[in-house]
Design a binder for this molecule. Structure first.
Ligand code: PLP
Length: 442
């Protein structure tokens, strides 16, 4: 970004060399006992313990991270899908260091530096056709809140939302009301109508017809009170549940005929489904009115058609993001679109094929242990045993103790979700992860 001169460039080179040296001969900052003490302290501060006894040292190498006590782990959870380029990526660290030298740590919506504009420009150059504008924000739920306002404004204040069974859209009050998990909003009031349509079920040949019938009934009853239909094209928290284009098209046509906008939540799918946008992968751009992204984007954004442009006071906020993640997000998009990661022959597609092969082999060698493989690209899920939450958590915990980080998803049944660091994961590391999983299934 800013060229600070040859002294800065020389200093940056020295810093990167120092980081490489420290990574090659790392010194753990804490003993195992001290790390456990710090994790206990953290649990006290948060009021509940961390999901795993993970406290990073700040040193990482590709798919591996060194914990504060010096133990190395192979990371296929990626902070729930964020770190697509893994840990300690020198390209991203160099970008971050350069951005960190900027005069502003945080950027706002009132004054901003060039990162703000360049990030939006880079993003919009790859956005699905029809998306005319975007607005940056911090978390996925923030972007969704902005999307909700845009669709409601366009629909003259109609409050209702049509969503899908199993959906997850964030944890702000409004997003928790839309998310199909009553157990995530215990003690919270219902303030606007949300109607659920069944999501695609690949085991039910009538799944598409049932969804369409339910949507038609919903529109007939409450269509005139509906602001939008919100959809994850691959359901993330539900366990990487995919659906074909043919499932969505009639539903979207029905909404369009009723004048109901389509809001596509790509917070989880952005950059992880073999294309930058699942909307593009499934050829659904013509139906998308508003799209939200987050996670791999290292911040969040809402993209929208011209007609959804907000009134001047509708969306804003002090912060639009921090300078470092803005610069890093732009570099991530550049890397994704130039390093053979996306597309049918890209690394995400290759890793999907390899992962499916590993799972196929496991299901043959251990009948009943692994089933229900779903997902796409860098997001693949499978069921362990009966899919009970206890069985799944126990498996994930065993894997963690053996040096492999996984995460779960879904709800009765539950599944294991693999978040593949597609930007850097090697075939050997993937094979090693499956060796650990196989041992932990025993
Ligand atoms: C589809 C979807 N929407 C929204 C969110 C909320 O994002 P955040 O946790 O950054 O607020 C998530 C997070 O998991 C998500 O998967």
């Amino acid at each position: 970004m800013v060229f600070y001169g040859p002294k800065f460039e020389q200093g940056l080179r020295l810093l990167l060399e120092a980081i490489t040296e420290a990574t090659n001969a790392p010194k753990p900052p804490l003993s195992p006992a001290a790390m456990h003490e710090e994790l206990a302290e953290l649990a006290g501060l948060r009021g509940r313990p961390a999901f795993y006894p993970y406290l990073g040292s700040g040193i990482g190498r590709g798919a591996r991270a060194m914990l504060a006590d010096g133990r190395w782990v192979l990371d296929l959870a990626l902070g729930i899908g964020v770190h697509l380029f893994g840990h300690g990526n020198l390209d991203l660290i160099a970008t971050a260091l350069r951005a960190a030298a900027s005069d502003l740590v945080m950027q706002g919506n009132l004054i901003f530096n060039r990162e703000y504009n360049l990030l939006m420009k880079t993003l919009m150059a790859h956005a699905p056709a029809g998306m005319a504008h975007c607005w940056l924000s911090l978390s996925g739920a923030d972007a969704n809140e902005n999307a909700l306002k845009l669709v409601r404004q366009k629909r003259d204040g109609r409050p209702g939302i049509i969503a899908f069974r199993g959906c997850f859209h964030g944890r702000t009050s409004a997003m928790a009301e839309i998310t199909d998990r009553p157990d995530y909003r215990i003690g919270q009031p219902r303030t606007f109508p949300v109607t659920y349509i069944p999501f695609y079920n690949r085991h039910d040949p009538d799944s598409s017809a049932t969804a369409l019938r339910t949507l038609r009934q919903t529109i007939a009853h409450t269509g005139d009170q509906t602001a939008a239909m919100v959809v994850e094209l691959v359901q993330g928290e539900a366990g990487f549940v995919t659906a074909p284009r043919e499932f969505f098209v009639p539903l979207f046509e029905e909404c369009r005929a009723a004048g109901i906008p389509i809001w596509i939540d790509e917070i989880q799918t952005f950059a992880r489904v073999t294309e930058l946008f699942a909307t593009t992968l499934l050829g659904l751009a013509e139906y998308a009115d508003v799209i939200t992204i987050g996670k791999v984007f290292h911040g969040s954004a809402v993209l929208f058609r011209k007609e959804f442009a907000p009134d001047p006071a509708l969306i804003s906020g002090t912060y639009s993001g921090a300078t470092v993640p803005m610069a890093v997000a732009r570099r991530i998009i550049e890397k994704l679109t130039t390093e053979n990661i996306l597309g049918p022959q890209g690394r995400e597609s290759q890793l999907e094929r390899l992962t499916r092969d590993h799972l196929e082999r496991l299901s043959r060698s251990r009948p009943g242990a692994v089933s229900e493989v779903d997902g796409v690209g860098a997001m693949i899920a499978f069921r362990v045993g009966d899919g009970s939450i206890n069985r799944t958590r126990e498996f994930i915990k065993r894997c963690f103790d053996s040096g492999l980080i996984l995460y779960f998803g879904g709800h009765q049944p539950t599944c294991v979700r693999l978040f593949l660091p597609a930007g850097i994961l090697t075939e050997e590391e993937l094979a090693e992860a499956f060796q650990i999983m196989e041992r932990c299934l025993a």
